[in-house]
Design a binder for this molecule. Sequence first.
Ligand code: MAV
Length: 326
Amino acid sequence: RVTMGVMLATGLSAASMTAALAQDVTLRGASMFDENHAFTKTMRKFEELVGEYYTGDVEFDLRLNGELGVESDYVNFLQQGVAIDYTIMAPSNMAKFAPAIPLMDMPFLFRDLDHWNTVLSSDAFGPLEAELEKNADIKIIGYTGGGVRNLVSSGPIASLDDLAGHKMRVMGAPIQAKTFAALTAAPSAIAYNEVYNAIQSGVIAGFENEAASIQNLKFYEVAPYITLTKHTITVRPIVMSGKTFRKLPEDLQAAVLKAGKEAGAFGRELESREDGLKLQEMLDAGQIKVQEFDGRETLLEMVKPVQDEFAAEIGATDLLATIRGM
Ligand code: MAV
């Protein structure tokens, strides 16, 4: 770290001293949740690790509880380089800037947790990251996630018959709506912070989500039925605005990349381990009713053509084949 003393001794001007001092950086992050959610814990880990790896001064200002909105807002902020510098985000919430990115969190992409782990520890998603950087100027610095998404609804859904015409909220990527439409449900894209009210007022009968978030935002109060379709194991990039990243001193950039990668690994282990426990906690507390879905294998067959069509549309047929073959 360059100190004033060093600068004086080496004859640096007052102007460059001011410039060096002004490099003290504050990075603002956003979470839709409180301190107990795996995403918030992962961002706290990221902050801690950056602090460890960077010798300069860097501060973090993480805004919790959706103070700065939801992911569909965050993606605009990051793209414009305003309001926030980093967050954790569902690929499907970045679709409007990068049409290929929702392949990462497409339902039924992963067979199981092993497959998910294998894909995430490879560089298979490289081309999708490149598209995001080019189109949205958003940089993926790590991957967290590991929650299993299930149907969450105000009434029971036991089988395909109950799913027919089921009014449910999906994330704003076209592939999400197409997938659930292929399963005969009636999906609509609604902002995450409107879901609770939409269910409560009967506009929709449910949505789909993972245990950590159902618990943190108390969705069970309006939608206590969890149907174990286990259709998605979440992939959640830790992202930074390219506009922020480029402004950072080089050694801080290096610290951010290293910390992002490691915080991601921390978050994946945490959320995948806690997923079943959180379901059990809600069950024990009498907050949810959990049931199996009769005919999960059929769902897989129904969505495969939709996946193939989407991959062809975004020029990712080979990539999808590679991921399926891993
Ligand atoms: C969960 O809270 C998370 O997976 C988050 O990343 C998503 O944006 C959200 O669900 C959602 O369904 O929009």
